[in-house]
Write a protein that binds this ligand. Structure first.
Ligand code: IPD
Ligand code: CA
Ligand code: CA
Length: 267
């Protein structure tokens, strides 16, 4: 199955790269001002799904643009055909294709393809995480103040969902640096590769994180919800780290309950 995921991710990724600057129609999703979609997101998804369907017609699919099919199937393919749509539409080369494979509720394989770097990230449960065949390992950074962290903001950030703004301010006060690249799946790959020490985000969807969280855990890292409890990809809140700084990150994510956002008024 992972070979089918790789073939689909590569084909879709090549299509995305070729399509930069050639978008004809940009629409807003669900009347939201920031959440954009184009015919390229849909075209990429169609390519991926048709390849999977040809090989595994009875498997379930959960894909960002077309939704779900075959509910109750033993295997479910979880697909984001273009993670980093805003970057893509602006011509910023930070986007990817990401495909996770779930078996009876457990993610067993994940593929992320970055067509701009021609980097293929792969992981299978119990077999490690790799980029272009080279094994990945998380960083060993032990303190938040020495950590480079990544986050993202949901499209409804103006409503400050789940204290997103307070979390950002609190990490800003405690870490070496914070980055926001705009592709959650690639962000998780950077944690798996040890280039980043941790990542958190609110309001993510299963397709943003299914493959990436397996890459992080197979590279020796840890993932959880904001309370440190086991992560569900359907749970919207994710913290992923090298494992060493995980408790410190969970503690920062609870800080808003213990006394606000670093003394800065955010509401
Ligand atoms: C988005 C990206 C972004 C994250 C958003 C996601 P999309 O996915 O992963 O980094 O901050 O929350 O929705 O819309 O480009 O597929
Ligand atoms: Ca996404
Ligand atoms: Ca997407």
């Amino acid at each position: 199955m992972i070979n089918v995921a790789i073939e689909a991710a590569r084909e879709a990724g090549r299509f995305l790269k070729y399509s930069v600057g050639k978008v004809r129609t940009i629409e807003m999703k669900e009347g939201e001002e920031r959440n954009l979609v184009s015919e390229i997101d849909r075209g990429s998804e169609e390519k991926i799904i048709s390849l999977i369907r040809r090989r595994y017609p009875t498997h379930g699919i959960l894909a960002e643009e077309s939704g779900g099919s075959n509910p109750g199937a033993e295997y479910k393919w979880i697909i984001d055909p273009l993670d980093g749509t805003t970057n893509f539409l602006h011509g910023l080369p930070v986007f990817c294709v990401t495909i996770g494979i779930e078996h009876r509720g457990e993610i067993i394989a994940g593929v992320v393809y970055d067509p701009n770097q021609d980097d293929l990230y792969t992981a299978e449960k119990g077999s490690g995480a790799f980029v272009n065949g080279r094994r990945l390992k998380v960083s060993t950074t032990g303190k938040l103040i020495n950590s480079l962290l990544m986050t993202g903001f949901p499209y409804d950030v103006a409503q400050n969902p789940e204290h997103a703004v307070e979390h950002f301010v609190n990490f800003l006060m405690e870490a070496r640096g914070i980055r926001r690249f705009g592709s959650a799946a690639l962000d998780l790959c950077h944690v798996a590769a040890g280039r980043l020490d941790g990542f958190w985000e609110v309001n993510l969807h299963p397709w943003d994180m299914a493959a990436g969280i397996l890459l992080v855990t197979e590279a020796g890292g840890k993932v959880s919800d904001f309370d440190g409890a086991p992560l569900s990809i359907y749970g919207k809140k994710v913290v992923a780290s090298n494992g060493v700084i995980h408790d410190a990150m969970v503690s920062v994510l609870g800080k808003h309950r213990r006394g606000g956002a670093g003394g800065i008024k955010t509401s």
